[in-house]
Write a protein that binds this ligand. Structure first.
Ligand code: F3S
Length: 280
């Protein structure tokens, strides 16, 4: 549980930039979806902006979720030093989508339309001159009009089973379908571990940013196993009622959750319940 490879890499990149570079260091949007990490960064002098236009000078760090190539170009044009902390797996998704555009395929992207990874990917596809439909389930896929050549790709944090359902729903709507599994292995492992954990406990605590897509999905997975599952950001949200009459408690965390926050919640649960902790 906790920080995946891409998140740890992005956090290291921005913190190293702060330590080694002079001048302002600003992230464009939160570097990862964790309010606590953003607050820690603020305390060590890393700025946060939501619009590139407001950054006057220094270094701008692009988040782990990736951005449209247009945004990166704009930063360079503004004379900023750019550090691109896009997770390599997200970069791989952009590259695969652009390749399909070049082959003449219309893109269907399985993902959360409002998520920054999806916005960045849509930007990369449109920058390459491609067409893209973003959808979140197989019902939406069934409603798409017939298109001769479709390439189906996925936001890195989606569930494999949903990708398979969407692929099946697209088959009657096209002549040729390319399915490119761009779901990140880390996500897959995190989700399988959460599922196995949920099967063994009576209540599940899922720690992570309220705007973190992969954390929300972990909570859904735990709940689908039939246990009450609570999504929290910090230990202050824990309620003793959740643990009443329970003997086995599961704790997991999204890919943007720092280790210190996981320890803090684990300790608080221990104090509330007197439980022993077994880490797996
Ligand atoms: Fe990258 Fe996968 Fe993490 S896409 S940011 S390693 S969940």
């Amino acid at each position: 549980m906790g920080f995946c490879f891409g998140v740890r890499r992005a956090v290291d990149m921005v913190e190293r930039a702060r330590q080694t570079l002079s001048g302002p260091v600003t992230t464009l949007g939160p570097i990862i979806h964790s309010q606590q990490v953003v607050e820690h960064h603020k305390s060590i002098g890393i700025g946060l902006c939501h619009e590139l236009a407001v950054v006057q000078e220094g270094t701008v760090v692009l988040s782990a979720h990736g951005v449209s190539p247009v945004v990166e170009q704009q930063a360079v044009t503004q004379g900023l030093h750019v550090i691109n902390a896009t997770c390599p797996y997200v970069a791989k998704l952009h590259k695969a989508a652009v390749q399909q555009v070049k082959l003449g395929y219309s893109i269907v992207l399985l993902g959360d339309a409002g998520h920054s990874e999806v916005k960045g990917t849509v930007g990369a596809i449109e920058h390459a001159g491609g067409m893209v439909n973003v959808l979140s389930d197989s019902d939406e896929a069934s409603n798409l009009p017939f298109t001769k050549h479709i390439a189906l790709l996925s936001q890195t944090t989606q569930k494999l089973s949903t990708l398979a359902q969407v692929a099946a729903a697209l088959v009657p709507n096209c002549q040729e379908l390319h399915v490119i599994n761009t779901i990140c292995h880390a996500t897959d492992e995190l989700q399988s571990s959460a599922r196995i954990m949920a099967q063994q406990v009576e209540v599940a605590i899922v720690i992570g940013g309220k705007n973190s897509a992969n954390t929300k999905r972990l909570r859904d997975i735990c709940e689908a196993e039939g246990v009450p599952a609570y999504h929290i950001e910090t230990s202050s949200e824990l309620s003793p009622d959740w643990f009443y009459d329970k003997t086995r408690i599961g704790i997991t965390a999204g890919a943007s959750t720092p280790d210190w926050l996981i320890h803090d919640v684990t300790e608080a649960v221990q104090q509330m319940t007197g439980a022993e902790v077994a880490c797996e």
